[in-house]
Design a protein around this ligand. Structure first.
Ligand code: SF4
Ligand code: SF4
Length: 269
């Protein structure tokens, strides 16, 4: 839980933060990590009710929530949670942690500023919540938890990774000859101070640029989305995709069909 908090603080304004775990059998919500305006609060347990607080609401609807003003909160027909947050919260992100179709809990970040979060932030928190859900589910199943440090290390390495020719899928590119810049013949060079290689014309430069593979950079070609046999990939915004790990079976087809190695997969032991 602490690691999830640490990861979230690296990417989002999380001065107010909590994780809630949902105990379906006991119909309770347990809050093991609660941070209010940077100060840690003791863990707490409250009964689960679908309209009790944002947490009950998100567990019941199984949908992420983005609120950017206290007025928006009032439009939801939910009752205030018995866990009081003293800071005047204006903006909220709250996303469910779901694994194998079960809601395991909720992760939320909150801010006293209005319009503090965007839909991109919601996607980011959803991705982290998904990973947390997988880890919690593994623990509950008695399996080894995927090591979060290993995931973090992998993501760092991946961001520094230089794509090699072997990782490119050349089937998606047409062969295009390199344009060789014209140089002066030696007999011409010895008779003038003109540049020996004058470089490309504008048209040639554009033509050369079109030969670029955009290695490792996703230009939203949708190939991964189209080829995924389980429809696990969806486009959430221009240039942004989301993988639903409840459907992904880890076949790796998205990786092999990505023309430019902009997506990767890692098997955690
Ligand atoms: S690994 Fe397979 S199932 Fe998962 S997203 Fe890629 S293509 Fe889809
Ligand atoms: S990850 Fe690869 S296959 Fe998917 S949209 Fe980006 S470039 Fe295309």
């Amino acid at each position: 839980m602490e690691l999830v908090y640490q990861l979230v603080t690296k990417v989002l304004n999380a001065r107010t933060f909590y994780i809630a775990l949902y105990d379906q059998a006991q119909q309770e919500m347990y809050f093991p990590v609660r941070i209010e305006e940077g100060d840690r609060r003791p863990p707490a347990t409250v009964p689960f009710e679908p309209d009790l607080g944002l947490t009950g609401h998100v567990i019941a609807t199984r949908r992420p929530l983005l609120l950017n003003s206290a007025v928006e909160f009032e439009t939801l027909s939910i009752r205030r949670s018995p866990i009081k947050i003293l800071a005047p919260i204006e903006s909220v992100l709250a996303v469910p942690m779901i694994a194998r179709e079960r809601v395991l809990g909720v992760v939320s970040v909150q801010s006293t500023a209005r319009q503090a979060y965007t839909h991109d932030d919601l996607d980011t928190l959803s991705t982290l919540a998904q990973q947390a859900a997988i880890a919690i589910d593994s623990y509950l199943q008695g399996r080894d938890m995927p090591p979060c440090e290993e995931i973090e290390r992998y993501l760092k390495d991946r961001s520094r990774h230089m794509v090699t020719w072997e990782e490119i899928n050349p089937n998606y590119f047409n062969l295009a000859q390199r344009i060789e810049p014209r140089g002066l013949a030696i007999s011409e060079r010895v008779q003038s101070f003109d540049e020996v290689y004058s470089g490309f014309s504008e048209a040639q430069a554009l033509q050369e640029a079109q030969r670029c593979f955009s290695c490792g950079t996703c230009p939203s070609c949708d190939n991964c989305l189209v080829f995924c046999p389980d429809a696990a990939i969806s486009r959430v915004a221009e240039g942004r995709y989301k993988i639903n790990y409840d459907f992904c079976k880890g076949c790796g087809i998205c990786v092999s069909e990505c023309p430019r190695n902009a997506i990767s997969i890692k098997v955690l032991k």
